[in-house]
Design a protein around this ligand. Structure first.
Ligand code: ATP
Length: 269
C-alpha cells in the first residue's frame, strides 16, 4: 500500500514563524484534493511529503518508515511531484530530454526511459514536440511537459501542485483523464487546487488547509456542503453547488450532470 501517515507535523522556514502547526493525516488510495487560500501551507506540505523539506517537529511515515530515513533517490522512485510553476522544473533544451531526465535519474536505461517519455507525452498530447525547446511552448504546454516528466517515472504516488493553473477547458479535460487513469492504475493521487469545481468533480476526498492547519477533511461531497467552513478558509463552494442552492434545490450537487438530472426530475414530478 502507498499509505502516507502524517503525525503532528510542524514546519517553519524561519524560527518563530510557523507554516504548518501540527497536521495529522493519513493519505490512502483515494484521489485527494488539497484546497486552501494562498499561503495556507499547501505547497510546503507536499514538499515535505516528497522529502524536499523535513519536519521541524513531528514525522511523515511512508510505508511505515520515516521519510528522513529514505535517500532522495529512493523516494524519487516512489513519489513524483509536479511543481506549481513548470519553469521551476524544466531545465533541458528539448522536450524529449526533459521528459527522459526523471526516468534516467531513477535508473531506467535509455530505451526504457525513451519509451516511457514518449508514452507520457502521448497522454498530454505533446508527442509531436519531441525536439522543441520547452521554452518555445506556451505556459500551459510547459505545464503539460512537467506533468509528462513525472508520469514517465511511473511512481506509485503522484502529487500535482495546481495542475489546472493556466489550462483551458480542453486542458482540464485532459487532466481529468490523466488523474482517473492514474487512479485506475492503483496510484495515490494528491492534488493542490484553487479550482473548487475541478476538485469537486474529480476527487473523492478533499482536505481544507487554513493557516497551517487542517480545517476539514472528508469525502468531497461532505466537505463542499459545509459553506461556513469553506468561508472560514476564504473558499467558495463549487459553482454547481451554488447554483443548486440559488435554485432552492434540496441536496448536494457537485457536477453539471447531477444538477441537470435533479432539474429533469423536478420538471417531470
Ligand atoms: N522558501 C520559503 N522561505 C520562506 N517562506 C516561505 C517559503 N516558501 C513559502 N514560504 C511561506 O510559507 C507560507 C506558506 O506558503 P505555501 O507556498 O506553502 O502556501 P500555499 O498554501 O501553497 O500557497 P499558494 O496557494 O499561494 O501556493 C507562506 O507564508 C509563504 O510566504
Amino acid at each position: 500500500m502507498n499509505t502516507i501517515q502524517v503525525n503532528n507535523l510542524h514546519f517553519s522556514y524561519t524560527p518563530g514563524s510557523s507554516v504548518l502547526n501540527g497536521i495529522d493525516l493519513e493519505l490512502d488510495q483515494q484521489t485527494t484534493a488539497i484546497v486552501g487560500q494562498n499561503g495556507a501551507g499547501k505547497s510546503t506540505f507536499v514538499k515535505l511529503l516528497k522529502g524536499l523539506l523535513y519536519p521541524t517537529k513531528g514525522e511523515i511515515l511512508f510505508k511505515g518508515k520515516n521519510t528522513r530515513d529514505y535517500t532522495a533517490a529512493s523516494l524519487a522512485k516512489d513519489i513524483g511531484l509536479v511543481f506549481q510553476n513548470p519553469n521551476d522544473q524544466i531545465f533541458k533544451n528539448n522536450v524529449i530530454s526533459e521528459v527522459m531526465f526523471g526516468p534516467l535519474n531513477i535508473g531506467q536505461d535509455d530505451q526504457e526511459a525513451r519509451h516511457n517519455a514518449i508514452s507520457a507525452l502521448k497522454k498530454v498530447q505533446l508527442d509531436d514536440k519531441l525536439d522543441t525547446n520547452p521554452y518555445d511552448l506556451s505556459l500551459s504546454e510547459r505545464k503539460m511537459i512537467s506533468i509528462a516528466s513525472i508520469l514517465a517515472m511511473n511512481t506509485n504516488i503522484v502529487i500535482f501542485d495546481e495542475p489546472t493553473m493556466g489550462q483551458d477547458f480542453a486542458g482540464k479535460e485532459k487532466l481529468k483523464e490523466i488523474i482517473w487513469d492514474l487512479r485506475d492504475q492503483g496510484k495515490l493521487i494528491i492534488c493542490i487546487l484553487h479550482d473548487m469545481d475541478f476538485a469537486a468533480e474529480v476527487f473523492e476526498r478533499t482536505i481544507v488547509f487554513n493557516q497551517g492547519n487542517v480545517l476539514a477533511d472528508g469525502p468531497s461531497r461532505e466537505v463542499f456542503k459545509q459553506k461556513n467552513i469553506l468561508q472560514q478558509a476564504h473558499l467558495e463552494q463549487p459553482s454547481i453547488t451554488q447554483i443548486a442552492n440559488e435554485l432552492g434545490l434540496d441536496g448536494n450537487y457537485l457536477t453539471d450532470e447531477e444538477l441537470i438530472q435533479a432539474l429533469k426530475e423536478k420538471m417531470t414530478s
